[in-house]
Design a protein around this ligand. Structure first.
Ligand code: GLC
Length: 545
């Protein structure tokens, strides 16, 4: 069980309104009580914070607002005592434009770092085939060499007068893409990874890993109908994403990481259109690339909905990958799952169902700080309150990602116990008076206690830990039923409907014993046949001895 921690928002130990590393250290007891095995910390390196840390200015230091290297080492030591491993975010695609490498690279065409980023002369504004979009970005008669777009809006090419050239940036213009065709770049980045592996981190979550390479011929990405939230033409990223060259880098990286003792791990941020596309990230049958590419489909697939059929299909699909599956429902880039899968009235009940899927599937589970509490998305209501730049340029169609990054809710008290400073970097969600760790730990039926129960169960029950996963009912539109195999199999039943549902005969005939149930009435039921699952109920059973 891994939890993603957004360091700005977890715990503020020094009262500046921004979370920090010591704030994580102070809350390790909570993480251990929850049953977390490892935390993935979003970037905490020095950064101008344009993309809140995903624009790194130095890969081998800690941003002073989050603490120091000594604080980091103290966190590692304390986490070890709590049996929690630390996974760092590694941003390989790009650096900050304030990184010394880029400052040097941008200064002239013939400095030692001149070829560390993706530079291009551009083309004449009047050249044949130049699109209206490219013409919007003209400088001195030159326009970007093709139609590639920044994920965050506008052209992916930015003009630098000192070089009279454009550089490529897939994300914000303050995030220039490194040139991975230059072996010096790989050498430097692997060096940065070793710096942290040597200190004792358990591995990395590889940010935007599919985007390291671009088409050397710079062919235009095919245009699709319509425009996106930033008002730019929709493109399919055929020539700017998922180029095969990235797999050679990952294989070398895996070989490097495997030389370290103690099961280090490579996790990938791998949004794919289809589950079969995950194969290559494992390295196919050779499995010599990532141990844990993320399967985003059940949680974030474009057709994802709170529906038994959707999860039957995608969770069954998740079982087909060549290695250990990794399932994700929440992260710092998307509205929280409690809102995406909620209906506004039964959100906590539905969140318990999602927790069940996450924690009883045969998969490594990845959660996000606050999700086990049912923290909700608090998107700013006014443009002037937005901090994430895409929410400013895209307003009101795109309101940015602030809503899923608000301060952790520890207590019902001031600032939810996150900070002593009333001016927190993002506002504390007013619902912290009821949605918080302290209150929920004291409520047996809380979402947090449901998470704790399921995590404890999956640690202690061999079928839930390692058993295979078989879907027992293929057609029921309301109830999902699956079995985790082993000598003592476990059957999981989840009612996705707002109505009570009768368990269909023929699923498990023998008398059963309840391991966990969202509704106390189920706990005393000893037969599946004919039992009634209340609305949105989860029931986890094993054959009675
Ligand atoms: C990843 C991160 C996102 C960031 C982007 C650029 O998608 O999750 O937060 O903005 O990469 O680094």
């Amino acid at each position: 069980m891994i939890e993603e921690i957004y360091p700005r928002s977890f715990g503020d130990s020094n009262g500046d309104g921004v979370g920090d590393l010591n704030g994580i250290t102070q809350h390790l007891d909570y993480l251990q009580t929850l049953g977390i095995d490892a935390i993935w910390i979003a970037p905490m390196y020095p950064s101008p914070q344009v993309d809140f840390g995903y624009d790194i200015a130095d890969y081998e230091r800690v941003d002073p607002q989050y603490g120091s290297l000594a604080d980091f080492d103290a966190l590692l030591r304390a986490a070890k005592k709590h049996h929690i491993r630390i996974i760092l975010d590694m941003v390989l695609n790009h650096t900050s434009d304030r990184h010394a490498w880029f400052v040097e690279s941008a200064s002239s065409r013939d400095n030692p770092k001149a070829d560390w980023y993706v530079w291009n002369d551009g083309v004449a504004a009047g050249a044949p085939g130049v699109t209206a979009f490219q013409k919007r970005f003209e400088h001195d008669g030159k326009v970007p060499p093709n139609n590639w777009e920044s994920v965050f809006g506008g052209s992916a090419w930015e003009w630098v007068p000192a070089r009279r050239q454009f550089y490529y940036h897939r994300f914000y213009r303050q995030q220039p893409d490194l040139n991975w065709r230059n072996p010096a770049v790989e050498h430097a980045m692997f060096g940065a990874m070793r710096f942290w592996l040597d200190r004792g981190v358990a591995g990395f979550r590889l940010d935007a890993i599919s985007t390291l390479f671009e088409d050397p011929q710079l062919r235009n990405d095919p245009q699709r109908p319509g425009t996106n939230a930033q008002g730019d033409p929709n493109l399919s990223t055929r020539y700017s994403d998922n180029l095969p060259e990235v797999h050679d880098v990952i294989r070398r990286m895996r070989a490097m990481v495997d030389k370290y003792p103690g099961d280090r791990v490579l996790i990938g941020e791998t949004y794919t259109a289809d589950v079969a596309d995950l194969d290559t990230w494992y390295g196919g049958s050779r499995r010599d690339e990532l141990q844990l590419p993320m399967n985003m489909l059940p949680g974030f697939g474009w057709r994802a909905k709170f529906d038994a059929g959707w999860f039957r299909k995608t969770l069954e699909g998740a079982q087909t990958v060549p290695g250990q599956p990794l399932i994700v429902f929440d992260n710092h880039d998307n509205p929280r799952s409690i809102d995406r899968f909620g209906d506004g009235r039964h959100d906590v009940q539905r969140a318990k169902a999602i927790a069940t899927l996450l924690l009883t599937s045969r998969a490594t589970a990845l959660t996000y700080y606050g999700a086990p509490l049912g923290m909700t998305t608090a998107t700013p209501a006014r443009k002037e309150d937005v901090r994430d730049p895409i929410g400013i340029t895209g307003w009101p169609k795109e309101k940015g990602r602030d809503g899923e990054r608000t301060p952790m809710q520890w207590t019902p008290g001031p600032q939810a116990g996150f900070s002593t400073n009333p001016r927190t970097w993002l506002p504390v969600n007013p619902n912290h008076v009821t949605v918080n760790v302290q209150t929920e730990l004291a409520e047996p039926g809380s979402l947090l206690n449901w998470y704790r129960k399921l995590i404890a169960l999956r640690r202690s029950n061999p079928a839930l830990r390692d058993g295979d996963m078989t879907f027992l009912d293929r057609t029921d539109p309301d109830v999902l039923v699956y079995r985790r195999g082993g000598a003592h199999p476990v059957t999981v039943l989840v009612n996705f409907s707002g109505m009570p549902q009768k368990v269909k005969t023929g699923i498990v005939q023998r008398a059963v014993r309840t391991l966990a149930a969202t509704d106390p009435a189920l706990a005393n039921t000893t037969t599946l046949d004919g039992a009634t699952l209340p609305a949105y109920a989860t029931w986890i059973v094993t054959p009675a001895k």
